[in-house]
Design a protein around this ligand. Structure first.
Ligand code: GAL
Ligand code: ZN
Length: 660
């Protein structure tokens, strides 16, 4: 899609005068910034009064940047509607679950389902698309900014009406809804759709079906808004469209990006959480498979706002982050933000240039990124990131289910990240995939922590197994229906039969002194667990102590050419970590996973493919250096040295590009 690697920054020219803008452009050139993202909070600059739209300022800035070799990603400014939108119109504001009405003064304070807002958003979007959509400098679009990062589901009157319409569309008759949700419980029975409440304050919890459905409704609505904007832009511009999303937000990224052109994400992970950063690269690369993703925002050094600040990155880390981004399939590495803001609530935030126009503490690192970018560019452009053999399904719908039913504070992202981290630390190249990802080319599919598996997902995974794949299911996975109720045919619904087991009971095994043993390793078991009795499956892991002594927590069942492995519980503590690694190791080897190295923890290998050759980009992320075994002789293309097979060491924050 692009013929270069981008190195960019979020730019807010609307906050500065012409002299500063001129200085910015010169400094950007010095820093090696070749793309600026603009406009996402500038609605009141673009349309100070209703219907007085003037985009000449941005047209001019985009042209000036372009004349200086800097391209633009243009944004729609809809996260910050001007005061005229809500002044005297409280009904347009966002209302949270406690009934609190948001106010103008920050961002995301409006209800994005409000009809008037939608109308005005469409109008400003169309005006921007017309004004800048065909300027040569505009190489991409970003919709809004981090949808639902500060707010989740809105409970306003508009949303109430839309909710009722949505329910009617989904269930057809109120009887269907009553039946699906089991509303005989606690006299919840409804006679008409407009009686169904929103999940606002109640003395105790709402019905799980209602809560989860409302989350899904909200996610569908924000995607409807995103797609509405994208359609308008496409009428006037050919530049590809993205949204700077994340996995923290209350959105369904899979559905959102299905209709966008490329994936991008924002991240502010610290070096200690480098695995979270890598998780993002592995996820966003696969959200639009075959298309490069963008790191749309990250700090040059530290994030901060009036009420918090992170610690600065150690020198060297930024370059490793950027090298990893490009190596793992990224087309762009961009900062938030270019010039420190002098006002607002994010003045303390790290940037490339200070408010007074001088290099910040992160600046030298930005120069290092640029040097690396130039070095890597020819090799990255000639190759593409390899598909992994191991896919781990990540699901925003699954996240929504767990938000409704967290039990003992289960957090989908945290659990998933911990699981992911283990695979990463084992040197297994991995793709974080979506529920609908095409499974061809994978050898192992892992599906942890999803209460609900759709029929479609089960069908695809079963076909994958029958064709020779290994499907590792669990922990947690499968215990709830689409409506967030309990199955009544078998504990895990269709899964039981498919996997050749009978799930006898599911219960919180933690605190019951239960110990699981598999492959000669034992460990305490944790989380809400499924206890199996084999019905054709082979028992691989047995519960040795506790309430279910002698029963299975790990089974294996051959189906077609492949197998389904049920992991009913999460081994925990240090011994659990060992046991889980042993299980993953066993099934990876068993399935013939070869895209794997012995790279030491803290260093990564990003495999890429060229025309008739392979490339490894090796990056040390922890500043401690590391090593990896080269499987054959290779060529270090940066230093042009021949390397022998065997151990290769990597210096702190070093990056190497090896061709095989
Ligand atoms: C992001 C947001 C930016 C800025 C940044 C600060 O979440 O998109 O606008 O607020 O955080 O770290
Ligand atoms: Zn609303």
């Amino acid at each position: 899609m692009w013929n270069k690697l981008y190195h960019g920054a979020a730019y807010y020219p609307e906050l500065w005068n012409d002299t500063v803008i001129e200085q910015d452009i010169q400094l950007m050139k010095e820093a090696g910034i070749n793309v600026a993202r603009m406009g996402e909070f500038a609605w009141s600059k673009m349309e100070p009064h209703e219907d007085e739209i003037d985009l000449s300022f941005f047209v001019d800035v985009i042209k000036r940047l372009f004349e200086n070799g800097i391209e633009t990603v243009m944004c729609t400014p809809t996260p910050t509607p001007p005061i005229w939108m809500t002044d005297g119109h409280p009904e347009r504001l966002f209302v949270d679950g406690e009934g609190k009405v948001m106010s103008h003064g920050s961002r995301q304070h409006i209800c994005t389902n409000n009809a008037y807002f939608r109308k005005r958003a469409a109008k400003i979007t169309e005006a921007i698309a017309k004004a800048v959509g065909n300027l040569p400098g505009v190489i991409g679009w970003q919709l809004d900014n981090e949808f639902k990062c500060h707010v989740a589901e809105c409970m306003c009157g508009t949303c109430k009406t839309l909710w009722h319409e949505w329910l009617e569309e989904k269930y057809g008759t109120i009887e269907n809804l009553n039946d699906a949700w089991g509303t005989d419980i606690w006299s919840e029975y409804y006679h008409s759709f407009d009686q169904v409440p929103q999940p606002v304050s109640t003395p105790f919890l709402h019905n799980s079906s209602l809560s989860t459905n409302y989350r899904i409704f909200s996610m569908e609505k924000i995607n409807e808004f995103a797609h509405e904007q994208a359609d308008i832009i496409r009428k006037h511009s050919k530049a590809p469209i993205t949204h700077n999303s994340g996995t923290f937000f209350s959105v369904d990224n899979e559905q959102m990006f299905e209709k966008l052109d490329f994936a991008s994400f924002d991240t502010y992970a610290s070096q200690e959480n480098a695995f979270a950063y890598l998780f993002n690269c592995d996820l966003w690369r696969n959200l639009k498979q075959g298309k490069d993703y963008w790191v749309m925002e990250t700090s040059t050094s530290y994030a901060a706002s009036l009420e918090s600040n992170a610690s600065p990155h150690p020198n060297g880390y930024l370059r490793s982050e950027a090298a990893a981004a490009y190596a793992l399939g990224g087309a762009a590495f961009c900062y938030w933000l270019w010039r420190q803001q002098r006002a607002g609530c994010e003045q303390p935030h790290g940037s490339v240039i200070s408010s007074w126009g001088k290099p910040t503490v992160g600046f030298a690192n930005v120069l290092e990124v640029e040097k690396m970018r130039k070095e890597l560019e020819p090799f990255i452009l000639e190759t593409k990131a390899s598909q992994a053999e191991v896919a781990i399904t990540h699901s925003d719908i699954g996240k929504a289910f767990m938000k409704t039913e967290p039990l003992q504070n289960m957090d989908y992202r945290g659990l998933f990240m911990d699981f992911y981290k283990r695979v990463l630390s084992m040197g297994i190249h991995r793709d974080v995939t979506q529920e609908g990802t095409d499974l061809s080319g994978y050898k192992v599919l892992m599906t942890p922590f999803l209460y609900y598996l759709s029929d479609e997902y089960i069908k695809n995974a079963t076909e994958f197994v029958e064709a020779g794949g290994t499907w590792i299911v669990g922990p947690i996975t499968g215990g709830r229906t689409r409506e967030h109720t309990i199955h009544t045919d078998a504990a895990l619904g269709k899964l039981d039969e498919l996997a050749g087991v009978e799930t006898l009971y599911t219960y919180p095994i933690e605190g019951t002194n239960s110990v699981g043993k598999a492959f000669d390793k034992s460990a305490p078991l944790s989380l809400w667990s499924s206890i199996f009795e084999p019905k054709g499956a082979e028992v691989v892991g047995v519960i040795e102590e506790g309430l279910s002594e002698g029963k299975a927590f790990l089974t294996e069942y051959k189906r077609g050419e492949g197998k389904i492995v049920m992991l009913g519980s999460l081994p925990t503590e240090e011994a659990g970590d060992e046991l889980l690694k042993t299980i993953i190791d066993h099934y990876a080897a068993d399935a013939g996973v070869a895209l794997r190295t012995d790279v030491t923890e803290g260093t990564i290998v990003a495999p890429r493919e060229g025309n008739g050759y392979k490339l490894w980009v090796i990056v040390n992320m922890d500043g401690k250096g590391g090593s990896v075994t080269l499987p054959t002789n290779g060529l270090d293309v940066l230093t042009k040295t021949e390397l022998n097979e065997g151990q290769l060491s990597v210096d702190p924050y070093e990056y190497k590009v090896i061709q095989f």
